[in-house]
Write a protein of this length. Sequence first.
Lengths: 142, 142
Amino acid sequence: MPDQTAIEEGLDFAPQFGADGLVTAVVTDAKSGDVLMVAHMNKDALSRTIESGEAWYYSRSRKKLWKKGESSGHVQRVVELRVDCDQDALWLKVDPLGPGACHTGRRSCFYRLVPLGQTGAVALEFREAEKAFDPRAVYGKP
Amino acid sequence: MPDQTAIEEGLDFAPQFGADGLVTAVVTDAKSGDVLMVAHMNKDALSRTIESGEAWYYSRSRKKLWKKGESSGHVQRVVELRVDCDQDALWLKVDPLGPGACHTGRRSCFYRLVPLGQTGAVALEFREAEKAFDPRAVYGKP
């Protein structure tokens, strides 16, 4: 059982990886402040990010370590890294090299709005429908 | 198996709750753009948030639904709600009523910096050491 006071008020970096070995990483654009994506890091991805100053993640779908930009060239330079109170979430402010952080081709993964003030089924609204790059050309997939 | 194209490119809001019944919620200050906290929502918390325009979450530690501010009075008015490409993460831009989002008394949960460019043990640096409110007074706990 970790010491909660040490985790919250101390200076020892002690990331609290979950049962799946991961912490949540929120990625914002250092200039605009927009949230670009939410990803996950295992211990290795986090160490590589800290050492290199470029963002590495762990893909839950592909079950592998990946460097952001390894396929697309859209590397994320980390301008600042923060950890939250209970050390199970990280905030990366990044300088994105390339037009988009999202595998769908958009600048941000959060390109759709959820309207408020209603009950029942909700219809989303696009806020960034246009693609910043062509994912088929960048990733070479159909 | 959900249809990935419908999830990513469609207008049907179909949040992809994990095996634990939760989606990740990133909360930013609508004015400053700073990330205030990372929380989680179950279906009920999400419905209440959409209906009321005020943030509800699910506490993994206390295993219960909670309305942000129910103890502290620091309600979060949701200015805008977004969903990400694969619909397993939400971004809430909020207008926080009250001085702080963090249970430790800080404005943001991300009050410590992780320095980059090093290997081995990492010493954190406070960026917001001072408390915006006294959690003992607000939560009535020692």
